[in-house]
Design a protein around this ligand. Sequence first.
Ligand code: PMP
Length: 375
Amino acid sequence: MKLYWSPVELASRLARRGVKYNFASGAPDPDLLPFDELRKSFERVYEEYGKAIIAYPGAGGLRELRVELSRYVNRVLGINANWRDVIVTAGAQHAIKLLSQLLMRRRTVVYVEDPTFVETVAPMKFQGAKLIGVPIDNEGMNIHELERLVKIHGPGIVYTVPNCHNPTGVSLSRDRRKHLIEIAREHELTIIEDDPYTSLHSNAEPTLKSMSDDVVYVGTLSKVLGPGLRIGFVITNGALRNNLEKLEQHDFAASTLNQYLVYDLLRRGVADDVVRRARELYPRKLRELIEALDEYLPNALIYRPICGFYAFINTGVNAWELLRRSIRQGVVFVPGGKFFISGAKENTARLSIGSIRIDLIREGVKTLSSVIMAT
Ligand code: PMP
């Protein structure tokens, strides 16, 4: 098994050298993160819980946090879950790694959007899963095509980012959601819904989990409270929930201290406050990006993004080559080739509005377009 550096990591390393226009990072806007509140939370849990904050966490996570998370997903995402069905992980990425270890073996069939998020499919490939790419358009995964592929390759798992997809920015339409849930029942497909972005947008479609309890839901606090806290969660039930709790003991990866901090930030309403501000800022940033692309790189957008952080574009030239040139003008992005399951298209790129300042987006796109024109 050969392991690769993720293209997101590579581009982020370049960005650390101090670029002006960082379209590479999927990290949230630093201005939204509740940095001062974090300090208050530390003081509160230090006083209230003492040395328990540095004890081992219990299997499945801190009970107080699980309870707060079940309330949070209800308030913000319309998901009804018993706190026992919420299993805390060290971020969504860790959650997907654990789920891959539990559900996937050599040749397990996993249906994914094509393109898909390169980092979350890495642990699936590591398990030896057989990834089947399903085409995606402006209404999300093509479910008719999924159904056709299931008839060929058989039952398995559907890994999907139905809202604010990474890297394309599209969302699964309401009709396709119903269809997906129907065919999952009919063909014994387990749906894993990876959902980091729904909470950041008030216009997002309802989660699959809120439509069907059979869905295995993966959530994260990375985009709301800070990715370095490494707190995410899975909502599932029955045998899978029990096994996840047991597997989670193999590494106890979610730090007790961070679980207490996130618990306190949730109970004081700090996360809700960030969500409120995020729902105002990120849609504006995404609109700014789309308008700038329409003006300076018309026809570049392959999909019309409607929420989340990302736009996926046709660069017209090899994107790694373009990146080498654009860095000199202060622009970084993530080349898109590695996001594809079949037939890597190397003339594509993912642009993110996550952490770039809103007032730099237009100028950044203009600079990128001038580099493309000169290539
Ligand atoms: N899944 C998707 C679709 C993502 O976009 C991201 C973050 N870029 C993750 C998972 C990972 O999130 P976390 O920081 O919680 O591991």
